[in-house]
Design a protein around this ligand. Structure first.
Ligand code: MRU
Length: 369
């Protein structure tokens, strides 16, 4: 299989200093996809590897891999595995296997737009190679190359987003963030956490308040773990505490990531984000969203956003280990909420900061008429 990736290797080499945590990667020696199981952090750092795209789908579903950009890139590597380990010899048979893999991977988590964006890109790459070269190995190479391209682009976007977003962070600021948007949620570096990291690398003396993020504690387990590794001062909060912080003038700004953004500027993100936006706005504090343009679904309106509902067990227990309520109680577990555009000060992307009206600024950023 011919895989010309010298350009990609050079691009990632330029970003090494930003890749302090390896959340996921392709192992070229074994031809395997490898990821850090985020369910086990902060207790242990366990890398999992596979040649089976179904195992990647399971990892996304079970949230060993989570965070919209990480989900998208992993799905693209899942497609690469499906291509590489398919027994198909003809192009048509290989495309049929890839179409099946695409369906399995797409059925894992419904809200992260990056998942569908990445699968569409993989599929388009496969079709292009099939038409141009009419050779199954060329299709295999093309799907893997596309996954590696998305991986490199994601890290580049994160760093560019960090550079753009750092401009809104002043020296000494106290920043509230929600969920985990760092290396563990992307190909590396992070979106909202990338902005925070970039400001820190520029020498700004900032302090982070991390919402614990019920029910799966991405803030308490993952964000705190990442920030501690970087030496960035962090204080853990219960999700309801940010209102008090803003009111008492203990926090200056909020910044979060996104699972899906529509052209109207509606932002789907981890449950609790909307409450944080309300709290920041009620005290007149800026509320920013940081996400790559691959998170933007080119449609308008919040009704297009599918909100994932997860098992009530995640609410009635702490990480499945301890029941914290009365046996048999009804529990509602939407994984995401929607923050409307009027509460969002700016949407930081790798191309700059979009401001209201988002219909106009996001369209311009995406090159849509
Ligand atoms: O359920 P999760 O942990 O996948 O939710 C993740 C989030 O809500 C993140 O804020 C979002 O995906 C952006 S990650 C850079």
């Amino acid at each position: 299989m011919r895989l010309e990736i010298d350009d990609l290797v050079a691009r990632i080499e330029r970003l090494r200093e930003y890749l302090t945590i390896k959340s996921l990667y392709w192992d070229f020696d074994a031809n395997e996809f490898v990821w850090l199981d985020t369910r086990q952090i902060p207790w242990s750092e366990v890398y999992v590897r596979t040649r089976d795209y179904r195992r990647v789908a399971q990892a996304i579903k079970d949230m060993e891999i989570r965070g919209a950009p990480a989900i998208g890139i992993s799905a693209a590597f899942g497609m690469a595995l499906a291509a590489m380990y398919s027994r198909a010899t003809s192009v048509d048979a290989l495309l049929s296997d890839l179409s099946q893999a695409r369906e399995v991977l797409a059925s894992t988590r419904p809200t992260a737009f990056n998942l569908f964006w990445a699968l569409d890109r993989s599929w388009a790459a496969a079709k292009r190679a099939a038409e141009a070269e009419k050779d199954a190995d060329a299709v295999r190479a093309s799907v893997l190359r596309e996954a590696l391209t998305m991986y490199v682009e994601d890290v580049e976007s994160n760093v560019n987003m960090g550079r753009a977003g750092s401009k809104v962070i002043e020296d000494g600021m106290r920043i509230v963030t929600h969920c985990n948007t760092g290396s563990l949620a992307t190909a590396g570096f992070g979106t909202a956490l990338g902005v925070i990291r970039y400001a820190w690398l520029e020498g700004k003396k900032i302090k982070v308040y991390a919402d614990e993020t019920r029910p799966l504690l991405q803030g308490a387990r993952l964000t705190v773990w990442e920030l501690k590794k970087d030496g960035i001062p962090v204080t853990l909060l219960v999700d309801g505490a940010s209102g008090l912080l803003f009111r008492r003038n203990m926090a200056d700004l909020a910044i979060v990531g996104a699972d899906r953004i529509t052209l109207s500027g509606h932002v789907a993100n981890k449950i609790g984000t909307y409450n944080l936006a309300l709290a920041a706005n009620a005290s007149g504090r800026p509320f920013y969203v940081a996400a790559p343009t691959s998170t933007v679904q080119p449609v308008e309106g919040e009704d297009k956003i599918v909100i994932e509902e997860r098992s009530p067990d995640e609410v009635t227990t702490v990480l499945g280990r301890l029941t914290i309520t009365v046996e048999g109680v009804e529990a509602f577990n939407p994984a995401f909420d929607i923050t409307p555009p009027e509460l969002i000060t700016g949407i930081i992307t790798e191309k700059g900061i979009a401001t209201r009206p988002y219909e106009k600024s996001l369209r311009e950023m995406l090159g849509l008429s």
